[in-house]
Design a protein around this ligand. Structure first.
Ligand code: KIV
Length: 271
């Protein structure tokens, strides 16, 4: 029987065993209690409380403005709903880049105040010391390489990363550094499929892709994109499983009409 069917709780050890058994890992973002309950009951392996909350929940253009307190609010709402999935919370921009001591105290706040199981951080060599320090406190860490949205102003655009040999070699080196530092997994965002496959092969820890091709150890998508709640964002890597934007719009328009026509509530809908 597949591992994901056997386990009652997904841990970092389960993810490592899934990689060894070549079982793909399914990861998705969630930011609130109600959505987290649905995705957990659907059988998702990992829930990422991503700093993409800054975009899809708060309406910011980038992930940069979201604060540690806001991430803790989202993280704790998700944790209250989850029975099976591993919950990973993003360390937001500005809470770990300064030094490893600051990184550790941010990670401790996330773990203590949300009840999550792990944290995620963007970067390679430059975060090695912080990863080691956070791990030394017993907190599992996930890395994030390729397109790292917290550095968007350095990149200038959201185009595919690591297309040239120099950047591709650096990404592979960073992946090895993160694995050696003790990360339990790495997200690879928007890189060529060939490079995604190479990195997944190079590492013993799972490499989870978002726009990194199919030959990685698992996939992650932002739930608002997958469900079609966001409808203006259409990168090539995104598969929309629904058009909730239109469905919600239609439902709310019908409700407005019903209220205006005094068609709602009807006799059965009142006391
Ligand atoms: O914040 C986020 O949602 C992420 C995913 C895109 C991997 O980091």
């Amino acid at each position: 029987m597949s591992l994901h069917k056997q386990v009652r709780r997904v841990t970092t050890h389960v993810l490592s065993a899934m990689k060894q058994k070549k079982e793909k890992i399914a990861m998705i973002t969630a930011y609130d209690y109600s959505m987290a309950k649905i995705v957990d009951q659907a059988g998702i392996d990992v829930i990422l409380v991503g700093d993409s909350a800054s975009n899809v929940m708060a309406g910011h253009e980038t992930t940069i403005p979201i604060t540690l307190n806001e991430m803790i609010y989202h993280g704790s709402s998700v944790v209250r709903a989850v029975e099976r999935a591993l919950v990973v919370v993003d360390l937001p921009f500005g809470t770990y880049q300064g030094n490893s001591k600051e990184a550790l105290s941010s990670a401790i706040r996330i773990m203590k105040e949300t009840g999550a199981h792990a944290v995620k951080m963007e970067g390679g060599r430059e975060i090695k010391e912080s990863v080691e320090r956070i791990l030394s406190a017993g907190i599992p860490v996930m890395g994030h390489l390729g397109l790292t949205p917290q550095s968007i102003h350095k990149f200038g655009t959201y185009v595919v990363r690591a297309k040239d040999e120099g950047e591709s070699n650096k990404l592979k080196e960073d992946a090895r550094i993160l694995e050696d530092a003790g990360c339990f997994g790495i997200v690879l965002e928007k890189i060529p499929a060939k490079l995604g496959a190479e990195v997944a092969k190079l590492l013993k820890i799972p490499a989870i892709g978002i726009g990194a091709g199919s030959d990685v150890d698992g996939q992650v998508l932002v739930i608002h994109d997958l469900l079609g709640i966001t409808h203006e964002f259409s990168p090539r890597f995104l598969r929309r499983y629904h058009n909730l934007y239109q469905e919600i719009l239609g439902s709310v328009q019908t409700y407005i009409t019903d209220v205006r026509n005094v068609d709602f509530p009807n006799e059965k809908e009142q006391y």
